[in-house]
Design a binder for this molecule. Structure first.
Ligand SMILES: Cc1cc2nc3c(=O)[nH]c(=O)nc-3n(C[C@H](O)[C@H](O)[C@H](O)COP(=O)(O)OP(=O)(O)OC[C@H]3O[C@@H](n4cnc5c(N)ncnc54)[C@H](O)[C@@H]3O)c2cc1C
Length: 234
C-alpha cells in the first residue's frame, strides 16, 4: 500500500546562518500531531528517479495552526538540500510522517545529556522547547559542535536558556576539522562528566561518523546500547 502523504505550503524560508536555512511549512490538511524529536519525509521532485525522499526533523513543537518548522544545512552537491534552499513562500511540498523514535524518554529520572553535531541539534532543540516550557524535572546538558563559531545553531537561544535556568548547561564546541575532530573534542568534554559518575540519559544526533564513536564511548563506560538513544542523519 502506498505511504499516506500530505501537502504543505511554504510560509517562509529564511537564512539562519550562511549555510543553514529555516523553512516554515503549513499543512493544507489537519495539523500534524507529532512528538518533539520526530521527523517528516519530504518527497522532492528532483533526482534521477523522483520523488527523492529526504528526512527532516521538526525544530519547533507542534502548534494548533499546524506550522512545521524545519532547519537544514545546504550540503555541497546535495540534491535534496539544494532544492529546499530554492523553495520560496507559496511553493508546495509533499511529505509523509511523522516518523521516528528519537523522543524524550517517558521516565526522566536522570540527567539528560544531549550531544549533537551541527544540524543534529534540530530535534534536540525541539525537545528543549518542550522541557523548558515548564520547570524541567532534572538537569539537562547540551554539548553542541559546529563547524565554525558563526555556524553554532541556536547559539544565542541556548546561551539565554543557560543564563535563565540553573538546571541547564550548554557547552558549545567548534570543530573546523570535520567529524573526527568533533568526536575528539566532544570526548574530551564527556570523559570527566561520565566516567565514574552516576548514569545519565545520553541522546546523540548527527552523522554516523559522529554518533557511533560516541555511543561506543558510553557503552565502554558501562551503558547498555539501548540506554544510549541515537539518531543518525546518513
Ligand atoms: C531521521 C533523519 C532526520 C534528519 N533531520 C535533518 C534535519 O533536521 N536537518 C538537516 O539538515 N538534515 C537532516 N537530515 C539529513 C537529510 O535527510 C539529508 O540527508 C541531508 O539534507 C542531505 O541531503 P541531500 O539530498 O542534500 O544530500 P545528498 O545528495 O543525499 O548527499 C548527502 C551526502 O552529504 C553528506 N552530508 C553532509 N552533511 C549532511 C547532513 N547534515 N545530513 C546528511 N548527509 C550529509 C553525507 O556524507 C552524504 O553522503 C536527517 C536525516 C535523517 C535520516
Amino acid at each position: 500500500m502506498a505511504e499516506p502523504t500530505q501537502t504543505a505550503i511554504v510560509l517562509s524560508s529564511i537564512e539562519l546562518t550562511s549555510h543553514v536555512r529555516q523553512l516554515v511549512l503549513l499543512q493544507k490538511e489537519s495539523p500534524l500531531s507529532f512528538q518533539a524529536g520526530q521527523w517528516i519525509s519530504l518527497k522532492l521532485p528532483v533526482g534521477t528517479r523522483p520523488p527523492l525522499n529526504r528526512a527532516y526533523s521538526m525544530a519547533v513543537p507542534g502548534t494548533e495552526s499546524g506550522e512545521l518548522t524545519l532547519v537544514f544545512d545546504r550540503v555541497d552537491g546535495g540534491i535534496g538540500s539544494e532544492y529546499l534552499c530554492r523553495l520560496k513562500a507559496g511553493d508546495e511540498v509533499i511529505f509523509s510522517g511523522p516518523h521516528g523514535h528519537f523522543v524524550l524518554p517517558t521516565t526522566l529520572d536522570k540527567e539528560l545529556v544531549f550531544v549533537a553535531r551541527y544540524t543534529g541539534l534540530v530535534p534536540i532543540r525541539c525537545m528543549l522547547k518542550i522541557l523548558f516550557a515548564k520547570t524541567p524535572p532534572l538537569s539537562v546538558l547540551v554539548i553542541a559542535v559546529g563547524p565554525r563559531e558563526d555556524e553554532l545553531l541556536f547559539h544565542q537561544e541556548l546561551l539565554t536558556l543557560a543564563m535563565t535556568h540553573s538546571r541547564f548547561r550548554y557547552l558549545p564546541l567548534v570543530a573546523a576539522g570535520g567529524e573526527q575532530q568533533a568526536v575528539d573534542l566532544t570526548l574530551t568534554m564527556l570523559q570527566p562528566l561520565i566516567e565514574g559518575a552516576p548514569k545519565v540519559i545520553p541522546m546523540l544526533c548527527g552523522t554516523k561518523a559522529f554518533v557511533r564513536p560516541l555511543r561506543a564511548f558510553f557503552v565502554d563506560a558501562g551503558y547498555e546500547r539501548k540506554e544510549v538513544k541515537t539518531e543518525t542523519y546518513d
